[in-house]
Design a protein around this ligand. Structure first.
Ligand code: FAD
Ligand code: N01
Length: 552
């Protein structure tokens, strides 16, 4: 431990910064802070780095932003040297990459694994946080950074009888480390979001029978995964400066692609269809950016949704199964769109059955079956692909107490409130990476993570340089930002869907559109302008005199 002069004398362990979580956000945060001479300690509840890619080990798990882009950009050597094997790397390879980064930048000595941050309290007289850990210790920090992840709190469904099931139960977001082999088993998958859609075709190949329990049909586009040749990697690497610049500054979602120049209704039927066909054949995330109004105009959106529904009907042989798989409950893209490898065609296999649990909700899970519509579907194992308490779930698990002992959970009881998604009024020196109110989950998240980490590092360096003790979002700045986030969201079709973006997947969770939909490039510009104006909208406490922190 390297105790910081600024915080020493308060506890046996004291740091400039405590970082919670060792996913891509926590790892880069640590690297940046150390580079600026801050003492930092990362606490991670798992026993390894990688976050999402440490926990989500289900069959078929892989990224759906292309790996050449879904990767750190902060080290050119790293991006030039790392060889991604496929267009979308599988989970084990992304986890290997995270471990490589941890070793390459010697991060492990400052990460304490198997340790959960349980509670953190702000002391108004010292302007320091005390951080209570699951190992019984309490450490002191000037700043706390929540790198706890937006999709890190796996949600068990509330289904009667689940506990009485005698076979194995797996959650995709909490998958065992040892290989799971479903060969010869009857498997039930509950949930048809991205995790279900990725795992179904792989489990179908192993299981003697697979029953998929679908509550809401989802839009999915073929990923068109493929092995990357050395030539492809090299040509991509050569254009990295342009790719990364575009993703950060010009894009809306952190992805390098063509920008649409027209709306869907500006083209005639044939032209529009051929554009959708081209994107369908290309595969991947750029399907929704073929036109600039698919997220804004329902009639425009319908043209894309109809196209995908037709594709499903072409692929799936049984007309009734095809009908059930055609999404009708929400405009395309307003729930996180999925990308698949042979998902719809998996339902043509004789060993795969689709069960509609929208019309006939699951009544009960028994010792060996799922009962719905008065019928029992016998299964040996259950896969719960039921998603996460997204964006706020992992923050809420920590008892965070700010000024006057106020609990963050209490403040956010009606929905999260932040300024720029980075800080919440009443909680000084507490940052959130990709928090609610920032583009986060609507983007290539590594781009958004790097932007937040860079901004936070600049900010704490600025404070150190001027001797500020504490920084806090002002209430009016926060109110204005929350209003802006809502205004932008409600100008789109997104809030019309019962999505996890809206908190709709968690019973009782307030319905708020949580991410900022204004776009990655414009958002970065706003953050930069705020910083350039001396952190406008934030209150700084302390004298404006240079003061030393650790190693400065
Ligand atoms: P995480 O990776 O979630 O890491 C947070 C860490 O914090 C976890 O390890 C957790 O254990 C730890 N933690 C939380 N609370 C505590 C606590 N109280 N104490 C100690 N430790 C704690 N995004 C994309 O942009 N492109 C993709 O293709 C993509 N694919 C995805 C696929 C899956 C299956 C999932 C679930 C998500 C995907 N995402 C994708 C989103 C993904 O979560 C982010 O891209 C990114 O990995 C998040 O990194 P993070 O460090 O912010 O959070
Ligand atoms: O979770 P989800 P996910 N009874 O919430 C159903 C990222 N990700 O893990 O829609 C029955 O999307 C639920 O039904 P409904 C990505 O950002 C990326 O799949 O609520 N069913 C839904 O079908 C993604 O969006 C990749 O009606 C229940 C499903 O379970 C996010 O993580 C891969 C139920 C949950 O879908 C979350 O994806 C994986 C219940 N009680 C994840 N409760 C990539 O490909 C829930 N459901 C990069």
């Amino acid at each position: 431990m390297s105790a910081s002069p600024s915080v020493s004398g308060k506890a046996s362990e004291a740091y400039d910064v405590v970082v919670v979580g060792a996913g891509f956000a926590g790892m880069y945060m640590l690297h940046k802070l150390r580079g600026q001479g801050f003492s930092a300690r990362v606490y991670e509840q798992g026993d390894g780095v990688g976050g999402t890619w440490y926990w989500n080990r289900y069959p078929g798990a892989r990224c759906d932003v292309e790996s050449m882009q879904y990767s750190y950009s902060f080290s050119d050597e790293l991006q030039q040297e790392w060889d991604w094997s496929e267009r979308y790397a599988p989970q084990p390879e992304i986890l290997k990459y995270a471990n490589h980064v941890a070793d390459r930048f010697n991060l492990r000595p400052d990460i304490q694994f198997n340790t959960t941050v349980e509670r953190t309290d702000f002391n108004e007289s010292t302007n320091l946080w005390s951080v209570a850990l699951s190992d019984g210790k309490t450490v002191i920090a000037k700043f706390v950074v929540l790198a706890t992840g937006c999709l890190s709190n796996a949600r068990m469904p509330e289904i009667k009888g689940l506990d009485s099931f005698e076979g194995k139960v797996y959650h995709t977001g909490h998958w065992p480390h040892e290989a799971v082999d479903f060969t010869g088993q009857r498997v039930g998958v509950i949930g048809t979001g991205s995790s279900g859609i990725q795992s179904v075709p792989v489990i179908a190949e192993q299981a003697s029978h697979l029953t998929v329990f679908q509550r809401t049909a989802n839009f999915s586009i073929p990923a068109r995964n493929a092995v990357l040749s050395e030539e492809e990697r090299q040509s991509f690497r050569a254009k990295y400066p342009e790719v990364r610049h575009f993703a950060r500054v010009e894009s809306r979602n952190g992805i390098y692609t063509e920008m649409p120049d027209r709306g869907a209704l500006d083209d005639g039927d044939n032209e529009r269809r051929s554009k959708y066909e081209a994107r369908w054949n290309r595969g991947g995330l750029t399907f929704m950016s073929v036109y600039n109004n698919l997220g804004l105009d329902k009639t425009a959106n319908d043209t894309a949704a109809d196209f995908v529904r037709e594709k499903i009907a072409e692929i799936v042989e049984d007309p009734e199964t095809a009908r059930l798989l055609q999404p009708t409950s929400h405009p395309i893209g307003t729930k996180r769109i999925c990308f698949d490898t042979e998902y719809f065609s998996a339902f043509n296999r004789p060993n795969v059955t689709l069960v509609d649990i929208k019309s006939n909700p699951i009544e009960e899970i028994t010792a060996n079956a799922v009962r719905t519509g008065g019928r029992e579907y016998e299964v040996d194992a259950l896969v719960l692909a039921t998603g996460f308490d997204a964006m706020t779930g992992s923050v809420a698990r920590i008892d965070i107490r700010g000024r006057n002992g106020q609990a963050l959970n209490q403040k956010w009881a009606e929905g999260p409130r932040t300024y720029l998604g980075l800080m919440s009024a009443g909680f000084p020196n507490l940052f959130v990476i990709t928090g609610p109110g920032s583009p986060s989950v609507l983007s290539n998240m590594i781009v958004s993570i790097e932007q937040h980490v860079d901004w936070i590092t600049d900010c704490v360096s600025y404070m150190r340089g001027r001797g500020f003790e504490a920084m806090e979002a002002k209430k009016d700045a926060e109110d204005n930002w929350v209003a802006h986030v809502n205004e932008v969201a409600y100008a789109t079709l997104y809030p019309t869907a019962n999505s996890w973006y809206m908190g709709a997947n968690v019973p009782g969770k307030p319905r708020i559109f949580m991410p900022y939909i204004g776009g990655v490039g414009p958002y970065r510009q706003i953050c930069n302008e705020v910083a350039a104006k001396g952190y406008e909208g934030f209150a700084m406490v302390g004298t404006e005199q240079p003061r030393k922190m650790a190693a400065s």
